[in-house]
Design a protein around this ligand. Structure first.
Ligand SMILES: *[C@@H]1O[C@H](CO)[C@@H](O)[C@H](O)[C@H]1NC(C)=O
Ligand SMILES: *[C@@H]1O[C@H](CO)[C@@H](O)[C@H](O)[C@H]1NC(C)=O
Ligand SMILES: *[C@@H]1O[C@H](CO)[C@@H](O)[C@H](O)[C@H]1NC(C)=O
Ligand SMILES: *[C@@H]1O[C@H](CO)[C@@H](O)[C@H](O)[C@H]1NC(C)=O
Ligand SMILES: *[C@@H]1O[C@H](CO)[C@@H](O)[C@H](O)[C@H]1NC(C)=O
Ligand SMILES: *[C@@H]1O[C@H](CO)[C@@H](O)[C@H](O)[C@H]1NC(C)=O
Ligand SMILES: *[C@@H]1O[C@H](CO)[C@@H](O)[C@H](O)[C@H]1NC(C)=O
Length: 359
């Protein structure tokens, strides 16, 4: 019995030691380092990973940042519009010129970002690090300057801490853009943007606004973002000055339930694997304003058109019925008077004339 327990313990120890030492995950690429399609970067506390991922139902690979869990969402994609053939062996490299890029044989490199190489501020070296927030940053080795960060280039997903809005200094816009369809992450029809003047989130489809959130109320909720849920789930903060106008959210309460807002190609804004849709812009047909939908068509015109349509339909039906009845009547008359055909024809013609006049 005792030996059994001892054996069990030692097995655990061995497994634990192996996990500890075999775990060579790194969170940083230094100049000259590469990531191939079977390796990954892992953030310091293993919350997020960066790796090449095969896209389901397609023949392509994407460089993606994903939460370290079962069936994760692609929170960020480095090559949305430049899919990599799943048969190719891409490499992510931070080269000696401080350029982070994807290379593959027979294709032009996909440049993700680069740091200025001649400035003295980079004399201490530049590294690319995946942070526990899910943010990939290209920064000075000692961390004092950030040259680029994935949080500034969202895909269809907003993680806590990401911005939605505008940097007035350089015009940069932080927004979400949906996939083209379920499996194609190229830029699709729906966008989620923050309007820094009206202080509202908006979903637009091909530039036409379908939905607005309403303004942030004093109780910390938006009128059209799950009022009873958002207060317990999200802590919104708005920054608005001459340099920036943006919104961020953090998660409140159970920190194991870290939300990811995803704008789907159907127009739904949903928490990834969440029970509820945050917004359903695809239900915004342009006629009503329920749930923050924007009216794009005049509803009076719509009901007017509907009534007109109804009368056209009724009119057509009555006319069709009349024609059928007349045809039937004439046919019967003609049949019953077959023997004297010549006389009958004029009779029919006369009756038709009378009928047409009466009409
Ligand atoms: C770095 O930049 C120099 C000058 O533009 C170029 O000659 C060199 O090939 C670049 N190195 C890499 C690894 O791309
Ligand atoms: C960089 O530093 C060197 C020596 O410290 C100096 O000679 C050079 O002018 C500096 N370059 C810039 C762009 O500041
Ligand atoms: C980081 O490196 C830069 C450039 O070498 C230097 O000026 C700065 O003092 C360093 N910061 C820290 C905190 O070491
Ligand atoms: C806004 O743009 C300016 C100019 O490019 C830049 O210095 C600043 O860091 C940006 N602010 C944010 C929050 O990204
Ligand atoms: C719709 O979204 C796109 C993409 O972010 C943006 O460029 C455009 O200004 C938005 N249009 C409106 C009317 O908000
Ligand atoms: C939301 O909360 C309000 C008051 O706090 C309550 O009256 C209302 O029924 C709630 N709605 C839902 C859908 O739970
Ligand atoms: C919400 O965030 C603000 C700062 O952005 C913080 O002061 C406040 O305590 C947070 N509230 C909750 C409930 O976490």
């Amino acid at each position: 019995m005792a030996t059994c327990v001892m054996m069990k313990n030692s097995i655990f120890l061995i497994i634990f030691a192996c996990l500890w030492t075999c775990h060579d995950a790194r969170d940083t690429l230094a100049p000259g380092d590469t990531l191939d399609s079977s390796s990954s970067l892992e953030s310091a506390s293993a919350k997020f990973t960066l790796s090449f991922v095969d896209q389901r139902n397609s023949n392509f690979k994407y460089l993606a940042i994903r939460r370290n869990k079962y069936n994760p969402n692609k929170a960020w994609i480095g090559n949305r519009n430049r899919p990599i053939s799943s048969s190719s062996s891409p490499l992510l490299t931070l080269d000696s010129n401080y350029t982070l890029k994807i290379t593959q044989t027979g294709e032009d490199p996909i440049v993700i970002c680069s740091a200025p190489q001649t400035s003295n501020s980079t004399s201490s070296g530049v590294v690319a690090t995946l942070l526990d927030s899910g943010n990939l940053v290209l920064q000075e080795m000692n961390g004092s300057r950030v040259f680029w960060q994935s949080f500034d280039y969202p895909g269809d997903t907003s993680l806590p801490g990401m911005k939605l809005g505008v940097n007035h200094s350089d015009g940069h816009i932080w927004s979400l853009v949906s996939y083209v369809d379920t499996y194609n992450p190229a830029l699709g029809p729906f966008s989620l943007v923050w309007d820094p003047n009206e202080h509202e989130l908006k979903i637009n489809k091909s530039g036409v606004v379908y939905w607005t959130s309403g303004v942030l109320r004093s109780d910390g909720t938006f009128e059209f973002i799950l009022p009873n849920v958002s207060k317990q789930r999200y802590n919104f903060s708005i920054v608005s000055n001459e340099n920036y106008g943006y919104l961020t959210y953090t998660a409140v309460g159970d920190q194991s339930l870290q939300p990811e807002w995803v704008l789907y190609s159907s127009g739904i804004l949903q928490e990834y694997e969440g029970q509820m849709n945050i917004v359903q812009a695809q239900n915004c047909d342009g006629y009503d304003t329920d749930g923050g939908c924007v009216r794009r068509f005049q509803s009076t015109k719509s009901s007017g058109t509907k009534i007109a349509d109804k009368w056209v339909w009724i009119g057509t039906s009555i006319a069709a019925a009349l024609v059928l009845c007349t045809a039937y009547y004439l046919l019967r008359r003609r049949r019953s008077a077959l023997p004297s055909a010549g006389e009958n024809r004029t009779e029919i013609e006369n009756e038709m004339l009378i009928f047409m006049k009466s009409n």
